[in-house]
Design a protein around this ligand. Sequence first.
Ligand code: ZN
Length: 397
Amino acid sequence: MEMNSAAIEDIVKQVLAGMKDVPAASKAAGPIPATSRAAMLTGIEKFEMKEFKIPELGDNDILVKVEGCGICGTDAHEYKRDPFGLIPIVLGHEGTGEIVKMGKNVKKDSAGKTLSLGDKVVTCMIFKDNPDITMFDLNKQNVGGADVYGLLPDDETHLNGWFADYLVIRGGSTVFNVSDLDLESRILIEPCAVLIHAVERAKTTNILRFNSRVVVQGCGPIGLICIAVLRTMGIENIVAVDGEDKRLDFAKEMGATKVVNFKNHKGIEALAEGVKDAFGGYYADFGFQCTGSPVGHSNIYKFIRNGGGLCELGFFINGGDATINPHFDLCSKEITLVGSWVYTLRDYATTFDFLKRANAIGLPMSKLITHKYKLEDINEGFITNVKMEGLKIAIVN
Ligand SMILES: [Zn+2]
């Protein structure tokens, strides 16, 4: 009796939810076609538009109509060299879209939030909160490899990445309901999670405080988002370092107090003086190294005071060796150094709240997406990305 009434209640709820959402969802999303386009990377630097049958959904599966997906450094890496040996593959993991169909067992997302037709979702590369996890461990730890949409080997489903019109999310995958975020915010979740993680790593040093002087080196998307995260935490004394005035102007918009163009300073000593001047005669308490440049790594120690801290997060991929002087840079200065890579599942959920706070205090997050391309123009999008023009490039369907 108990179970029956509970089950009935569930069904009634579902019907009510369905009545509310189905017309809206179908109006916005239209009828589901029999096939879906997908941009498949079929060779080095070559995407081809393919048409795949949209498969029957299992009871735990979700069909998502893709709205957009950011191009990640990892995607560009695979596009240029196929280091993961995944060709042919449908890439795209920074994607988001709307649930248009779901199996009867699908009720809640990975955070326990209800899932309904019409909800906007993202997937996450990481399925559990493991502090030791790294990107290259993912394949080993993944349940059946079903989580890393956009880095999955091709199979009979084909619709495995977000650079497509539809994505099939299989049961057991990490999926979040992010209906309360706008499209741009949803596309930025993955890169933002990298910074939430880096700041969590930085906090383990016990050096980062409200009134800390923080230097952020590198004003690409990662450095700019770093400034935004610091601002939403209430840290206001931020100096940004980069070689391009356009990026430094954006850093100011994101909340950097002062900026330093390294091209205006000859040699590392002069540059360190420039950073010190920007802080009103002090070195930084803490530094975030957000470039992939070995010289950048060598330099940042000189900007940090004795007893200060440093988070190195710029080397997502192997950018080569960097030279430091262990005596002068680390030991005698007693610098506390942490490295940071990717994020944990907990950081991912924290990121949703960060994006809401960033929007609430008026940080121009959506301006990070400088270029939008249609799915059929994905080759152009990647060419723009590889040329390092702009900041975040997104495919928007
Ligand atoms: Zn990414």
